[in-house]
Design a protein around this ligand. Sequence first.
Ligand code: SF4
Length: 115
Amino acid sequence: MGFSIHHQPGLVKIFPLRAGRVVVAKIELPRIPQLQKIIDMDTKNVTKSYTNGEVTIVWQSAKCTHSGNCVRNNSDVFQPKERPWIKPEASSTEKIVNAVNKCPSGALTYYYNEK
Ligand code: SF4
């Protein structure tokens, strides 16, 4: 019987049980630290805060539905491929508040810092 293993490190192991038949035999959690962090943030209820000194953005991972509204409304601040993924210093407070208010899930909220 022919036998081969396709293994993308940390993602999925696939190998044939019988010739001509391939099954997903084992799914491992990613070993890529950055990806693991994203999964952790989704599965745990992580609350993170980011401030530009004037306003603080609060993000609750468990509520995020990944609609992408925040990115579409302010891609200077919301950069999901970066860490940290929220960069409040990259935009004005007004634009931040505008984008946060369009988060459909309530995952994003904000408060003004005390002066
Ligand atoms: S707008 Fe809200 S729900 Fe959508 S991706 Fe951003 S944080 Fe998540």
